[in-house]
Design a protein around this ligand. Sequence first.
Ligand SMILES: *[C@@H]1O[C@H](CO)[C@@H](O)[C@H](O)[C@H]1NC(C)=O
Ligand SMILES: *[C@@H]1O[C@H](CO)[C@@H](O)[C@H](O)[C@H]1NC(C)=O
Ligand SMILES: *[C@@H]1O[C@H](CO)[C@@H](O)[C@H](O)[C@H]1NC(C)=O
Ligand SMILES: *[C@@H]1O[C@H](CO)[C@@H](O)[C@H](O)[C@H]1NC(C)=O
Ligand SMILES: *[C@@H]1O[C@H](CO)[C@@H](O)[C@H](O)[C@H]1NC(C)=O
Length: 428
Amino acid sequence: MASLSRALFLLSLLVLTATISSAHNITEILSAFPDYSQYNSFLTQTRLADEINTRQTITILVLNNAAISALAAKHPLSVVKNALSLHVLLDYYDPTKLHQISKGSTLTTTLYQTTGNAPGNLGFVNITDLQGGKVGFGSAAPGSKLDSSYTKSVKQIPYNISILEINAPIIAPGILTAPAPSASDVNITALLEKAGAKTFASLIISSGVIKTYQSAAEKGLTIFAPNDEAFKAKGVPDLSKLTNAEVVSILQFHAVAGYTPIGTLKTSKSPISTLATNGAGKFDLTTTTAGDQVTLHTGVDSSRVADTVLDATPLAIFTIDNVLLPLELFGKSPSPAPGLEPSAAPSKAPVLAPSPASVEAPSPLAASPPAPPAPPLETPEGAPSEAPSAESENSTSGNGAGHVASPALLMTVLVTVCATVISSVVLS
Ligand SMILES: *[C@@H]1O[C@H](CO)[C@@H](O)[C@H](O)[C@H]1NC(C)=O
Ligand SMILES: *[C@@H]1O[C@H](CO)[C@@H](O)[C@H](O)[C@H]1NC(C)=O
Ligand SMILES: *[C@@H]1O[C@H](CO)[C@@H](O)[C@H](O)[C@H]1NC(C)=O
Ligand SMILES: *[C@@H]1O[C@H](CO)[C@@H](O)[C@H](O)[C@H]1NC(C)=O
Ligand SMILES: *[C@@H]1O[C@H](CO)[C@@H](O)[C@H](O)[C@H]1NC(C)=O
């Protein structure tokens, strides 16, 4: 039995660790340094701060207020975002490591590389240990100069986050001159059609919701467009049988006021209001994240966020795999729109753990160790219609308690530890 309690203790430790959803808070760290208040503000405006907070091992190359202002004054926010994302290195460099680069020069990956906008070497930064203890930074694109130099260390939390000051921005070729259409110039429906969301595009035109989108876009808008396959799936209600107002609500439910790129979706802990929201807690979405995969939940069904169609502050457009069915329209009826069960529930999304409580508290295990908890964790998506009890709905959409850093990881941990517990009980 000693081994059992040891295993349970281990389990609770692991669960605690896995529940911490972000590693650090860059906004808070930089707020202690007034020299970087502008830089910090741009990290917030571009939502790069959220992306940084989800990364475990990272180096931020900061510019003082004068240097960042000079850069930002001449360019729209979407360009500033790309430029700054080249200053976020996906590796840990403290001053010691900077001066110990093997062979004196290395290329390191940046956040810009992860955007998919960076062909060739454009998403990499060249760090070179120069003569006389100077360290130079430049784009890794061939022919680039090492125009930025390390000036000083700002802060380190060893092996997790390092903040270093450089004297001038690192500029990759083309990064400042790339076309940056303003939100009002973007042809939303043309982009959607090109991205395989023709049905959705024609619906927002025919319903007039496109006007709502366009007027919201300049202040910030995020669109989740179901692809054409999603509308053909079994279980999607026949839109022609719904009222105009219902169709409009559904389409508004697929957009969120505000710029919410993927890194922000990953870190969002509370329910997200949509353009259909007309009162607290109405027409909200919740999110869960597993690694880089974000899943949206309506309380009736859920959908993977598939591809980024556009990420240009203040407008973000994603495609999703399923039509999002708002709880307010499809949750209450005794027999929801025919056939919500099978196709509305993608098997690839191992999320929406039925009882967040079982994730946070190991007590159910302690009560009956031999009962493996794995099956209940795997059923929810498979059987949404018979058991989306109001209770589980409340627990997921009500307070975001279901949000954990990585449900998949957590599940693996739980299953592994349970196996250990069971085998130690059986063997002793
Ligand atoms: C990070 O810190 C800032 C400033 O202290 C705060 O406003 C923000 O809510 C924090 N973010 C998270 C995710 O805790
Ligand atoms: C970094 O840039 C310098 C100067 O252009 C170049 O000599 C060096 O080879 C580059 N380093 C790497 C690893 O490509
Ligand atoms: C660094 O990150 C790891 C993993 O999140 C964490 O366990 C550790 O405590 C962090 N170190 C510091 C000094 O915060
Ligand atoms: C947007 O694109 C669609 C075709 O996808 C076209 O019919 C429409 O005229 C375009 N709108 C504007 C304002 O250019
Ligand atoms: C769910 O939450 C709503 C509002 O918070 C409440 O009125 C309702 O009774 C709850 N349902 C259950 C089953 O707890």
